[in-house]
Design a protein around this ligand. Structure first.
Ligand SMILES: Nc1ncnc2c1ncn2[C@@H]1O[C@H](COP(=O)(O)OP(=O)(O)OP(=O)(O)O)[C@@H](O)[C@H]1O
Length: 211
């Protein structure tokens, strides 16, 4: 597959003991959900993809993104975005300054400002740039965290239980926005979760590990 995210025969062991094996392809705009009980290695797989695997683990296999083998690339060169359940905004910075962290450094200030305004507009938060994050609702914070990550222009999106701290109504709303924005950019999405509703809502292939 020339485009998308490909996991070629990935196996991860810890202390010589097999933890997981995965071989999957995720096309642009598609979602793959990996489910499984706690400790099965879901977050460890995402760490392998982002290049941040702890030294206790040994991995074999390859990760390809948009036709390039990124298995041994430096983490910042992989162009993979990740959202966690604890994606906190920097509390001492405005919403706009938080979003600016997603942008490449060194751009023209006026262009950066326009990109931040466009990002806010995209998630229905126009005019929020000067707000203090402490004044935002949980759903608003989640939308800012999403856009901060998307402003870094990733080629694939990884989701590590990103909705689990939100209550049911908000969860569905934020979830829809994340999948929608990823589809609009034709990003391949890999989500790991315990939650059957999240898996169902993703609408793609569901793989269950262990258990
Ligand atoms: N940095 C680390 N160093 C050593 N062992 C780790 C490290 N992180 C996780 N582990 C262990 O590796 C195994 C897999 O952990 P991992 O966090 O990938 O599981 P998970 O499926 O994501 O679980 P959960 O659903 O609870 O987040 C567990 O046994 C865990 O204790």
């Amino acid at each position: 597959m020339d485009k998308g995210l490909v996991l070629k025969d990935v196996t991860i062991t810890k202390g010589g003991v097999p933890l997981l094996s995965v071989a999957q392809e995720i096309a642009p705009g598609e979602v793959l959900t990996i489910m499984g009980p706690s400790g099965v290695g879901k977050s460890t797989l995402l760490a392998f993809i982002t290049g941040t695997l702890a030294s206790d683990f040994v991995a074999t296999g390859e990760v390809w993104l948009d036709g390039q083998n990124i298995t041994h690339a430096a983490p910042h060169q992989r162009r993979v975005g990740i959202l966690f359940q604890d994606d906190l905004l920097f509390p001492h910075l405005s919403v706009g300054a938080n979003l600016a962290f997603g942008l490449q450094p060194g751009g023209c200030p006026a262009t950066r400002k326009a990109k931040i305004e466009e990002a806010l507009d995209e998630v229905g938060l126009s005019g929020f740039a000067d707000r203090d994050p402490a004044t935002l609702s949980g759903g608003q914070k989640a939308r800012i965290a999403l856009m901060r990550m998307l402003l870094s222009e990733p080629c694939a999106l990884l989701l590590d239980e990103p909705f689990s701290r939100l209550d049911a109504a908000l969860r569905a709303q934020v979830r829809e926005m994340v999948f929608d924005r990823a589809r609009a950019r034709a990003l391949p999405v890999l989500m790991v979760t315990h939650d059957a509703d999240d898996a169902q809502a993703a609408g793609g292939v569901i793989v269950t590990l262990g258990g």
